[in-house]
Ligand binder design. Sequence first.
Ligand SMILES: C[S@@+](CC[C@H](N)C(=O)[O-])C[C@H]1O[C@@H](n2cnc3c(N)ncnc32)[C@H](O)[C@@H]1O
Length: 199
Amino acid sequence: MTRRDDIELWDSEAAGFDEPADHGLRDPEVRAAWRELLLARLPPPPSRVADLGCGTGTLALLLAEAGHRVDGVDFSAQMLGRARAKADGFAAARDGTRFVVGDAADPPLRAASYDVVLCRHVLWAMPDPSAALRAWLELLVPGGRLVLVEGRWSNGGGLSAAETVALVRAAGRQASLTLLPQRRYWGREIDDERYVVVS
Ligand SMILES: C[S@@+](CC[C@H](N)C(=O)[O-])C[C@H]1O[C@@H](n2cnc3c(N)ncnc32)[C@H](O)[C@@H]1O
């Protein structure tokens, strides 16, 4: 598949993307679970967050509502259109977010400017995950944090926790792994491997 094919594929996913509970976070309990999970792993607000492969901006908006300033990057204009439309609904979200079209593998963001680089379900999609991780780490200020939510899904896609931890360690960073089997994050029981790695 070419990059253009990938963009078209994600564009075509945008209209229905928020339907699963963990995507749109429309269920208050699922939303509260992600809010608690992420805020516990970020510095106190306001911090500068780069949300790479931000999709429809659900996590960016959640963090902006908590007082963080979030720059979201995605190569799908359809995803970003939805992110901007959602941000327009809330003053805190609108003022605290900026959405930029770009390649997450080489984000069009200023180096050494972010307290946090957040990626949920994006590292697995990078053609060269090691190179992407190196580019993401360059965005961080000294002492900045990388927060990676990933999974090895029952459809065979994704990255195992061991693979993600190894990638982070190979980039010269420590990695702290928390498994996320609880249904409160997904709105249903799961039987595959989902997790967050903080570095
Ligand atoms: C599974 S979705 C996750 C969206 C969001 N992070 C979330 O958790 O709700 C993957 C997103 O990454 C984006 N994406 C995939 N590869 C990308 C790339 N190379 N550059 C920018 N965005 C990319 C897709 O357009 C899609 O919005």
